[in-house]
Design a protein around this ligand. Sequence first.
Ligand code: FSX
Ligand code: SF4
Ligand code: F3S
Length: 360
Amino acid sequence: MAEQLAGQKFKVSRRGFLKGCTLAATALGLSESMVPRLVEAAASPQRPPVVWLHFQECTGCTEALLRASHPDIGRLILDIISLDYHETVMAAAGHQAEKSLQDTIDRYNGKFICVVEGAIPTRDGGIYCKIGGRTAMDILAEVGPRAAAVISIGTCSSFGGIQAARPNPTGAVGVSELLSGPPIINIPGCPPNPISFLGTVLHYFTFKRLPRTDQMGRPLFAYGRKIHDHCERRAHFDEGRFVEQFGDDAHRRGYCLYKVGCRGPGTFSNCPAARFNDVDVWPVSVGHGCIGCTEPDFWDTMGPFYERLPGVSIPGSGGGIISDAETAGKTILGVTAAAIGIHAAFGIGKKLVGRKKDEE
Ligand code: FSX
Ligand code: SF4
Ligand code: F3S
């Protein structure tokens, strides 16, 4: 049932709306006092128009958003933006759909947000991805420069993804290799966590600019830390307790997955803290190593996925990140404190939601 907030009608419940904004604020590292500003921006009746382009991809990024249940983030996103063109969810088809794309970019020239999902093939004139008879390259070249900002969702549009993996037969590339002009931000992950997308969108609505990024165009609030540095299994790594084989006793005990291929030491993402959906899990928490899906060219650079990531010194291997017992203690304490800090922040987010519910 639709509910109202600041005059705006929502499909998501009022509680879900506040919870989503609070979680986004937490993900962004903003203090509790900033939540009302995010709520105000998200509840604005002037919903920013969004054109969502699909190129070479599996639609996993859209699926991850639509199926997000933490708490109805997908519906919240659909509520706060005006999704004027999105091939997966729009009712229109064929020429009617193409007309709505043209109408939107004409009506909101320079004002709409362009979200791109999927890589863009460039070989042979870009013929390997066509929509309505036009190549992805053509569509991006027309739509991209007229956008106020471009959000590349997923590793494919950020860096080329699996399509760009060797031998990259279609010459697939990410958006920023083709487009210049509008600000571009990358939200990689295969698929990315919806909270990272929501945080980016709400940051843009609230502060009228995209969040700060690293050198690869990824927002620092979501990709500023290595997975390994805030993983709940890190104490096992530091103590030299490793899973040697999937299904062994160490695996059942939840030890570190480095020796069975975890790419956490080389991957930047908020997965251990943000987790996925209501069930609050992420790959490592359910017993599989990280495969590095937020990193450029991870299909080529991170494999083979079940062999040890080279270049990482492990305790007991002679190299040793930990030189003595005292350092080890500090490292473990520091990592544990950081992990507790982040989980506590998300926990506070959830508590704030409870409090807001009481105040209602
Ligand atoms: Fe790529 Fe997104 Fe991986 Fe799939 O669409 S990032 S293949 S999850 O879906 O673009
Ligand atoms: Fe966690 Fe993987 Fe690092 Fe082990 S190697 S501590 S499982 S991120
Ligand atoms: Fe991807 Fe690794 Fe997170 S595989 S989803 S970056 S744990």
